[in-house]
Design a protein around this ligand. Sequence first.
Ligand code: HEC
Ligand code: HEC
Length: 340
Amino acid sequence: MKKYFFTYLLFFSILIGFHACQEDEPVGKVDFELKLPPHFPEPAIPVGNELTQARVDLGRKLFYEKALSIDSTISCGTCHPQSRAFADAEAISLGVQMRIGMRNVPVLGNVAYHPYFFREGGSPTLEAQVLGPICNFDEMGFNARELADRLAVDSAYQALARDAYERPMDLWVITRALAAFERTMITGDAPWDRYILGDSSALNASEKRGWALFQSEKTSCSNCHSGIDFSDYSFQNNGLYDEYADPGRFRATLDSGDIGKFKIFSLRNVELSGPYMHDGSLQTLEEVIEHYNQGGSNHPNKSVYIRPLGLSEGEKTDLLHFLKALTDEAFIHDPAFGPD
Ligand code: HEC
Ligand code: HEC
């Protein structure tokens, strides 16, 4: 709990800082055009952190910067590799000095649209979120002030910070540049997207049946996994356990009605993001589908949509094929999101 208290305190101080500066004129030319698929709305970009090429470039460099961790061994990209849509292959990833973290790493595509971050919603903005992993003892295990001092002696970073924000390389710049880069990570070019945009041959017959089933009353999947990012970002209990070791949303609200509720995860690139759920307890998509088919636990907070579905083997296969049609190959190979 103490660990969390300090993290929240940090988020809070950064937020106050943001409000104080909201009147600021945008620094630098807004010369970055976010490439959005035609069916995606414009994401809200916070005043003061408009996208510019210099900001996005600096953020990308920082995302792959190992000096962000206390012993310079891991970067954001270590736990969030592009080849897996920025999730990783472990149930629970390892931080510095092989310390074991708390949760499964989520995919980072389309984070520009998320109203809050982490599975209990503990971080209100992408800018504030950055401090979470840097300061978390089990992740990068560092201290925000020392990190700023470490990067400030680097003349290359000083020059990039001036270009991007017209200020020295400090924590302000680090949090903003990383957030700017993350907002450019848009994923919306999977076979399903091409189908929705009018190419009826982009999905095969099984994938089409799976998509219909996903939206049907028989499964209710799209009641929670809705919209272009396959999540309405609300907190729901999807019946994983009778008793939760990680109480989810309850951590932020201390309301017992929130025990076992987690932010609904996007299903984009889900084929690449296993193992699944907040704790990585389900190994494969087949296991996930079987979990929903069985109807889950008897937890009092379980959503009414989670109940035995009675799917046939054919229907389970169709659902699986549909989920795999959400993989965006262009996204995981785009050099704009990779290291230099
Ligand atoms: C040691 C592994 C590790 C490192 C290093 C790491 N992350 Fe994460 N990241 C995670 C885990 C685990 C979660 C899920 C935490 C949760 O849900 O509470 C996460 C969650 C996130 C989220 C929230 C996603 C969402 O949908 O709510 C963002 C954004 C993010 N990380 C960005 C970063 C950035 C930027 C860095 C570098 C400053 C970074 N991460 C470093 C493991 C890591
Ligand atoms: C009541 C809302 C709800 C319904 C209905 C629902 N889900 Fe989920 N789903 C969630 C939540 C919440 C999570 C994240 C749980 C966690 O983090 O432990 C999740 C996670 C998942 C994941 C894992 C994502 C990941 O990256 O770990 C998959 C896959 C998934 N759901 C598929 C489905 C399918 C297929 C259906 C329909 C059969 C469905 N869901 C129905 C709320 C729902």
